[in-house]
Design a protein around this ligand. Structure first.
Ligand code: NAD
Length: 472
């Protein structure tokens, strides 16, 4: 595993001048029209699919090197997702590219109209370390399908995947239009100084603000795929075994909590908490054994700063006596055991920043409806989950909770449904992708009105006489 220092020093030099040359080259390719044809788009998507199919072993090795990600997780959450995204784009591309007829009105009579999707131009995708294949390649699929030239800047904090993607993109894709630039803050800063037609950023809100500020200088639109504290409200009239199993798998079985949609905290009633906690603990032992620090089925933490940040959340004095399960850590292997915290004070660190790791606080309330108020008193999350068998609570949750996405009686699964837009709201981001939404994220919907040379209403032209006014 490479340290952050090693990663930084081994990054290729990429400065403002290099960024400007890169933009000139890609702009030239785009203006020449190469990326716009159906043939180019589908050939690149086919090559991308082949790239992933040919390289699954190398991809798993890179994910293991960067995160000790279990092979099964690598396949299900990254490789299979990319393959299905690519196959969907290939299957639907012709339809997505079609102009859509639009109705006209009396004001333009006689006329016809359509909405023509056009590529934006040259776009930048900046991705994060936690799902370093998926978060890099999935937006690129949308950018290619929509007919753009694209630069991918993978995360320097997943160095094995970053260099693998640079190598594979170089080998499989048209490098006059699709490039990978590796690097950290200086390289990304150089890229951000260019005038892009869209910037698609995945990562934390602090850097999201830097990206948006840089984009604003050029009036460049952005998609910001950020995170947040995604709550899980657990009612008492549920199937407990299924609920606990799904929460444990969605929290710790997805990159050990390092997923943007991972359950961040649970809210349940004081009365129900003890049974829920027992069932969560039971599933933790069943899935990851008595010694989870050595479980091959748990990813490690992404990097040493991330380990230190999570350890700091755990070592908060305000959590004294509140850690009811787990809490062990292994700095040398960047591991923290699945940990449950009961009733952390509202002003504790763990209740005030996105956890993004294996710690799970449980908040107890008197009645389940109080949970809705608790969630709504905080920034809008990327995802919100509720487990209940009560129809009014389901309806209240959907209507009152504002979040990027909501799931009833499960966690995280909405991001696998490609007919649903995936994205945040408020502090959890803006814009969305997945399936057709990815194509739309990288397209402009151009309004086109067709007219002939007949059918002019006289009232349209001066002089504006009272007689003409009466015609309106
Ligand atoms: P990260 O550290 O890999 O950073 C993301 C990208 O930002 C990297 O490519 C990095 O080089 C770049 N970057 C970092 N500092 C920068 C700076 N000062 N200027 C310009 N670029 C800079 O990833 P992270 O931010 O630690 O990722 C974790 C966060 O991302 C969490 O908040 C998580 O919820 C969120 N996330 C969201 C999604 C989503 O789809 N909504 C997916 C994954 C992660």
């Amino acid at each position: 595993m490479a340290s952050e220092e090693e990663t930084k020093t081994s990054s290729p030099v990429f400065d403002a001048e290099a960024a400007s040359c890169l933009m000139k080259e890609l702009r030239g390719t785009f203006i020449a029209g190469k990326t716009k044809s159906f043939e180019w788009r589908s050939s690149q998507l086919k090559s991308l699919l082949k790239m992933v199919e040919d390289s699954d072993k190398q991809i798993c090795d890179a994910l293991f090197s960067d995160l000790s990600k279990p092979e099964m997780e690598a396949y299900i959450h990254e490789i299979a997702m990319i393959k299905s995204s690519c196959k969907l784009a290939l299957k639907k591309l012709k339809d997505w590219m079609k102009a859509e007829k639009a109705k006209t009105n009396l004001g333009s009579f006689p006329s016809s109209a359509e909405i023509v999707p056009e590529p934006l131009g040259v776009v930048l995708v900046i991705s994060a370390w936690n799902y370093p294949l998926l978060l890099s390649v999935d937006p690129v699929i949308g950018a290619i399908a929509a007919g753009n030239a694209v630069v991918l800047k993978p995360s320097e904090l997943a160095p094995a995947m970053s260099s693998l993607l640079a190598k594979l993109f170089g080998k499989y894709l048209d490098n006059s239009a699709i490039k990978v630039i590796e690097g950290a803050v200086p390289e990304t800063t150089a890229l951000l100084e260019q005038k892009w037609d869209k910037i698609f950023y995945t990562g934390n809100g602090r850097v999201g603000r830097i990206v948006m500020a840089a984009a604003a200088k050029n009036l460049t639109p952005v998609v910001l795929e950020l995170g947040g504290k995604s709550p899980v409200l657990v009612d008492s009239n549920i199937d407990l075994a299924v609920t606990a199993r799904r929460i444990v798998s969605g929290k710790w079985g997805c990159n050990n909590g390092q997923a943007c949609v991972a359950p961040d905290y649970i809210i349940t009633t004081k009365k129900y908490a003890p049974v829920l906690i027992d069932s969560l603990k039971h599933n933790l032992v069943k899935f990851f054994g008595e010694d989870p620090l050595n479980s091959p089925d748990l990813s490690r933490l992404g990097h040493s700063n991330h380990f230190a940040r999570l350890k700091n959340l755990l070592d908060d004095d305000k959590l004294a006596g509140k850690i009811i399960h787990g809490g062990q850590s292994d700095k040398s292997n960047l591991k923290i055991a699945p940990t449950i915290v009961l009733d952390a004070p509202e002003d504790s660190l763990i209740m005030n920043e996105e956890i993004f790791g294996p710690l799970l606080p449980i908040v107890t309330v008197e009645k389940i409806e109080d949970g809705i108020e608790f969630i709504n008193s905080r920034p809008k999350p990327l995802a919100a989950y509720v487990f209940t068998n009560t129809k009014p609570l389901k309806e209240e949750f959907v209507s009152k909770i504002s979040a990027g996405g909501v799931v009833i009686n499960d966690v995280t699964l909405h991001l696998m449904v490609d007919t649903l837009p995936f994205g945040g709201i408020g502090d959890s981001g803006m814009g969305a992708y997945h399936g057709k939404f990815s194509f739309d994220a990288f397209s402009h919907k151009k309004a086109v009105l067709y007219r002939g040379f007949f059918g002019d209403a006289p009232a349209r032209y001066p002089p504006y006489t009272p007689g003409k006014l009466r015609l309106l």
